[in-house]
Design a protein around this ligand. Structure first.
Ligand code: SAM
Length: 687
């Protein structure tokens, strides 16, 4: 259990009782909150000059009320920014939104957003471990008492901004339209320009946040990381020493082990040490040599402290830490402690977003369109009714779905009358989205290897009125033998779920090196089958979208790069997504094909959505490309390191073990008695 858990508060008071009935009597038709209250509920615009909150910023910023809705507002009001002096009243409960977010997802189809490893291993979640309840937040600044006011604010200016970020899902800088920005100078705020203003502020905040992070990242990568802590740079050395805490001595590896064996230090010590390490690492060029220690020692200590502070196993803490610069890593870990916004997708087979929004507003749901990048998404800020049990939900007018999981379907862009395969589809968030984009024409084969999950897939397909879906349950690796010739294939692959840690904290502790190795292997097998299931002669399509809700390179760029090497007839194309970071083209000594930059990464701390990865391939005829690719293969060999080659080659013996294990699981699912698990044998060597 993480250090943070030691400081946990009690569970937040639920918005609705477990029987689904609201505790107070806010049953009157929906109202938006009065302006003042709305500020605490609506997206918090990032104000750089806003006073920094030292203690639990999240708690301070969270709304403190149950909902009392009075007069109905209309969707037009919402689109105009949802202003008005009437609305929500009577703020009482400090954790309402977080509690609601949890309860909203608990009773519905939210598990579609999770990575799943089902066929590989059975993971156990210890329900008693609640890593979400944390009352302390890492403060990268020094203690106020030790600092002159000016220096304090300078040092703080670069610390984790998660709590200051807009609570809206963030269209990033690249998504921000110049129009909406211009609108800011168009005179006084009124109902007509409110939404544009609001969007412009969000976009600007997002851009600033992204630029900050980019800046830090670049600085760290160039080794010019002293820039990160400009406040500290202005200080004299002895002042820095003072700010760091006189007499701080970095423990040796042996001391660290001894400390762990003794149960670990108190949380405030861990916190101070993290601050110290982050600061020193941020000034390494200037101060590193004077510490008399190696940079790697500071990194080791920081990773170990991150693991204990946020409750990760050290292996995963390190793996995730390596994806970012030091300050950005802290942002990422912080973001995983905060729930993502509750979002729903309008089922356009049953209703229009405007009508759905109006119906839900009338029930007391406070919502808004997610952003310009989707015309079917709604973000729910609060509700007096359980979002997973409204009449509209039961009538299939919407799907409770994480915003990030819209992205692969947008990238897939299925066209009416096409034949589409959703290779790993349960519980059907994306399948039903595809069916809607096909307007119930063509056909979607919704496959999933897990029969239990297929039940919820089938239920969702029925509830949402999808008439063009055929549900099936094969191991994806059996395609295209089972069936091929698809215009488009979506492979939303089983993954480790490192992008959805805020929803499933068990990921923090239940993933080992072996899991990543097994998953990467399975993903590589599945992606080849997905590619081979596409009809390269498709007149309208010929595409594969590969996505995961994980942020690790092994499960993303490495898989995509593997597919490029193994299937010369495919190439990566633009995903068509307006935002998201470029995929890595090199990572820790490995080089990937340069087109891997066309893939897109999404992060909780940057985009305020689950961590996600999306890539899109165009599949062409094999023969046509074989010659060309043989030539290209030689070029690739030039950029590929020895490590690459090692990574992508399958070891037949290892394959045998994975296939046996898959077979064993399938037999078990069919009710046969099966021999003991093969994973009791020595761990498979990485391919
Ligand atoms: C990330 S989830 C899919 C979520 C789904 N696309 C949605 O949007 O609702 C991954 C799915 O892969 C399935 N799966 C695992 N191994 C598989 C395999 N070998 N073949 C097909 N599906 C598999 C799991 O049962 C799980 O439902």
């Amino acid at each position: 259990m993480g250090r943070r858990a030691k400081n946990k508060q009690g569970d937040p008071a639920p918005l609705v009782e477990s029987n689904g009935i609201a505790p107070s009597a806010p049953k009157k038709h929906g109202k938006r909150k009065a302006d003042t209250d709305a500020q605490s509920k609506r997206p918090a615009k990032k104000l750089k000059e806003a006073p920094k909150v030292k203690a639990d910023k999240r708690k301070a910023e969270e709304p403190t009320s149950t909902v009392k809705a009075k007069n109905a507002v209309t969707w037009d009001d919402v689109q105009d920014g949802g202003s008005g002096s009437e609305g929500w009243e009577g703020i009482e409960d400090g954790n309402i939104l977080r509690a609601q977010a949890k309860s909203l997802f608990d009773d519905s189809d939210e598990d579609e957003a999770h990575g799943f490893v089902g066929d590989l291993d059975e993971y156990e979640l210890d329900e008693s471990d609640n890593f979400h309840d944390s009352t302390m937040e890492l403060d990268l600044g020094p203690d106020e008492a030790d600092e002159p006011e000016l220096e304090t604010s300078k040092l703080r200016s670069k610390r984790s901004k998660q709590a200051e970020r807009p609570t809206k899902i963030i269209p990033t800088g690249s998504d921000a339209s110049t129009n909406s920005e211009d609108s800011e100078d168009d005179g006084p705020i009124n109902m007509e320009n409110m939404e544009a203003r609001s969007r412009a502020l969000d976009a600007r905040a997002a851009r600033e946040a992204e630029l900050d992070i980019e800046e830090l990242r670049r600085a760290a990568m160039e080794g010019d990381d002293d820039e990160e802590f400009d406040g500290a740079n202005d200080m004299e050395e002895d002042e820095v020493a003072e700010a760091d805490g006189d007499g701080f001595v970095l423990p040796t590896a042996a001391e660290r082990e001894a400390e762990k064996a003794a149960g670990g230090p108190e949380v405030h010590i861990v916190q101070q040490r993290m601050q110290h390490c982050v600061r020193i690492l941020g000034q390494w060029k200037k101060r590193g040599a004077k510490t008399g220690r190696k940079r790697s020692e500071y990194i080791d200590q920081l990773v170990s402290d991150i693991a204990s502070y946020y409750g990760y196993n050290e292996f995963l803490a390190e793996k995730l830490f390596q994806l970012f610069s030091v300050p950005e890593a802290i942002e990422f870990f912080e973001a995983n402690e905060v729930p993502r916004p509750v979002t729903i997708r309008t089922n356009t087979l049953r209703t229009r977003r405007r009508d759905l929004a109006q119906a839900l507003i009338n029930r007391g749901v406070n919502l808004e369109p997610i952003g310009k990048w989707t015309n079917v998404g709604l973000q729910v800020f609060e509700s007096s009714v359980p979002i997973g049990a409204t009449p509209e939900y039961l009538a299939g007018q919407y799907m409770l779905q994480a915003a990030s999981s819209f992205l692969p379907v947008i990238a897939l862009s299925p066209q009416p009358h096409e034949r589409v395969l959703d290779m790993a589809s349960a519980p059907g968030g994306k399948t039903t989205h595809i069916a809607a984009l096909l307007q119930n024409t063509g056909v979607v084969f919704a496959n999933d290897a897990n029969k239990t999950r297929v039940k919820s897939l089938t239920a969702n397909v029925h509830r949402l009125g999808c008439k063009n879906v055929v549900v099936c349950s094969y191991d994806g690796r059996e395609f295209p033998k089972v069936m091929g010739g698809f215009d488009r294939v979506l492979l939303d692959a089983p993954c480790s779920g490192t992008g959805v840690i805020s929803k499933d904290a068990s990921v923090k502790v239940n993933k080992s090196e072996r899991d990543f190795s097994l998953l990467s292997h399975l993903q590589k097998q599945l992606i080849l089958c997905a590619i081979d299931s596409v009809n390269p002669n498709s007149k309208t399509g010929g595409y594969v979208v590969y996505s995961t809700c994980s942020v690790t390179v092994d499960e993303n760029e490495a898989v995509v790069d593997y597919a490029l090497k193994k299937r010369p007839n495919v190439r990566l194309v633009d995903t068509g997504l307006e935002f998201g970071r470029e995929g890595f083209t090199s990572y820790r000594g490995k080089k990937f094909h340069e087109t891997v930059r066309l893939t897109r990464r999404f992060y909780p701390h940057v985009h305020n959505m689950d961590g996600f990865f999306v890539s899109k391939f165009k599949v062409e005829k094999r023969v046509k490309h074989q010659k060309k690719d043989e030539e290209e293969g030689e070029n690739e060999a030039e950029v590929a390191t020895a490590g690459d080659t090692e990574d992508v080659a399958f070891d037949d013996e290892a394959d045998k073990q994975y296939l046996e294990e898959g077979k064993r699981m399938r037999m078990k699912a069919k009710g046969f008695r099966v021999p003991p698990k093969l994973d009791q044998q020595p761990a498979a060597t990485a391919p």
